[in-house]
Structure formats: structure tokens, C-alpha cells
Design a protein around this ligand. Structure first.
Ligand code: C5P
Length: 256
């Protein structure tokens, strides 16, 4: 794996509260990481303009708004997200097959066979436990639900999932090698765990089968964020290709 291939697997979580903060991070990290993740906090504070700003600065965007609504609303919202310039968008698999299939069909129509933005599904949030699921009437164990929803998403045409590092091998086994897996909860060997509980290092996550790693504070809270990125790149490159599960999904690097 080349340095640029390793770099393209890093998705920096732009967990900041203002457009001005986002502009500073993007100016620093564009070209150094594969993508910027804009979540509900920044999007609600700064609006769609923040996505356009990142694109103008040469960055790719994962718009992490986790849509869950009636099929038509999710499909139309996703269409607007990709028209804004997002390369990666997501929705909740719990919204069901029709919601996911309609969204993918709407994007296919928009892109007309051209390389289209990718859709990821969230299965069960990692903050949910078995007790959380029981509260809402789901009696299955979390890992079973995760696999069930990942397969449902795949059958609906969704391109991949966001999953915790621990779930990666299960999903890889159930959904095969073409299915994208994006994982947060990654902690380089040099970084603090923060509030993340079940963590893996970048090399472990990639070796387990993750395609892309969402990483925030290990970079943003580092004394020298650029150096932290390069150290993470080093760690990703440490994955030996003969390790089980270690693959290069896209040898040409981002986007996909
Ligand atoms: O700073 P840190 O690397 O922990 O940031 C991880 C990012 O991934 C945050 O934006 C967080 O909301 C997101 N995330 C997560 N765990 C999940 C899903 C998303 O940490 N299960």
C-alpha cells in the first residue's frame, strides 16, 4: 500500500461548532486526509455552505446526517446531499428496505451510469445496548441485528455500512469483499481512548477488513495534527498484505 492509498482511507471527523473552525481544519488537512466528515452539529450550525466550502478547498465530503424518514423524503434529501457535493452519505437501515432501495434508485437515476456518490447504512448505533433494543421492542442480540441490517442494506443496493471495529469481521463475512465498511472508534497507538470504549488501532481495523477509518480527536487534539496524520498513515501502512482480511479495496485511492 502506498502512502497516498493509506492517506485516502482516513476520514477526518470535523466535529467543530462553526464554519470558521471548519475552514481552518480543511485548510490544514486538505490533501492530507481522504475525506472530511460533516455531522449533524456542524451542518446544523453552518448549513450546506460548509459542504461547498470543503469542495472548493479540494476536500471530499462524507455528509453524516443519518437520514431516517419516509422513503420519498430520504431519497430526496439524499439527492440534495449529493448535489451539494457529498461523495458519501448515510441513512439508518432501520428505515427499511423500501427507504434504502428508493434512495439508491434515485441516485442511480441522477448519476446515469457515471461514478456516483456512495450510500452507507447505519445498522445499530454503537451507543445502543441490548437493553436499548428491548425498550423499542427488538429482542435480538445486537450482533445479530447488525448483520441482519447490513444484509438488508446490501440487498437494497446500499454500498456499505458504518460499523464499530469489533463488528467488521462479522459484516465482512456476511456481506463479502465488495461491501464498504467505514469504522469510527479507531485509536492510533499514540492517542488517548477519550470516550471510545471498544477501540482498535488503524492497522488492526484495516487488517480486520475496514476500508475507511473515521478519526477525529487523535488528530484534532494532537499537539501537531499534521504529524499525527502522518503517524496514522504509517500505522495503516504497517498492515501486512498477508494478514487475514487485509485488502486494498481501491488501489487507485479515493474516491472509491
Ligand atoms: O474523535 P473521535 O475519533 O472519537 O471521533 C469519531 C467520530 O465518529 C465522531 O464524529 C463520532 O460521532 C463518530 N462516531 C463514533 N461512533 C459511532 C458512530 C460515529 O464515534 N458508532
Amino acid at each position: 500500500m502506498t502512502r497516498d492509498q493509506a492517506r485516502s482511507r482516513i476520514i477526518f471527523a470535523l466535529d467543530v461548532e462553526s464554519s470558521a473552525d471548519a475552514v481552518r481544519w480543511v485548510a490544514l488537512l486538505a490533501g492530507r486526509v481522504g475525506m472530511f466528515k460533516v455531522g449533524k452539529q456542524l451542518f446544523t450550525a453552518a448549513g450546506p455552505e460548509v459542504v461547498r466550502m470543503i469542495r472548493r478547498a479540494g476536500g471530499e465530503v462524507f455528509l453524516d446526517l443519518k437520514y431516517h424518514d419516509i422513503p420519498n423524503t430520504v431519497a430526496m434529501a439524499t439527492l440534495e446531499a449529493v448535489r451539494l457535493g457529498a461523495r458519501l452519505v448515510n441513512l439508518h437501515a432501520l428505515g427499511g428496505y423500501e427507504m434504502m432501495a428508493k434512495t439508491v434508485a434515485t441516485l442511480d437515476k441522477e448519476f446515469q451510469g457515471k461514478e456516483r456518490a456512495k450510500v452507507l447504512a447505519v445498522t445499530i448505533l454503537t451507543s445502543s445496548s441490548e437493553a436499548t433494543l428491548r425498550e423499542v421492542g427488538i429482542d435480538l442480540p445486537v450482533p445479530e441485528m447488525v448483520v441482519r441490517l447490513a444484509k438488508l442494506a446490501q440487498n437494497a443496493g446500499v454500498d456499505g455500512v458504518v460499523a464499530s471495529p469489533q463488528e467488521v469481521p462479522l459484516i465482512r463475512a456476511a456481506c463479502g469483499n465488495e461491501f464498504l465498511i467505514v469504522t469510527p472508534g479507531v485509536r492510533p497507538t499514540f492517542a488517548a481512548a477519550d470516550d471510545q470504549k471498544r477501540i482498535m488501532t488503524p492497522a488492526e481495523a484495516v487488517a480486520a477488513g475496514a476500508d475507511y477509518l473515521v478519526i477525529g480527536r487523535p488528530i484534532s487534539a494532537a499537539p501537531d495534527p499534521l504529524k499525527a496524520v502522518e503517524m496514522i498513515v504509517d500505522e495503516i501502512m504497517n498492515v501486512r498484505s498477508q494478514e487475514p482480511g487485509a485488502r486494498i479495496q481501491n488501489p487507485e485511492g479515493f474516491p472509491f
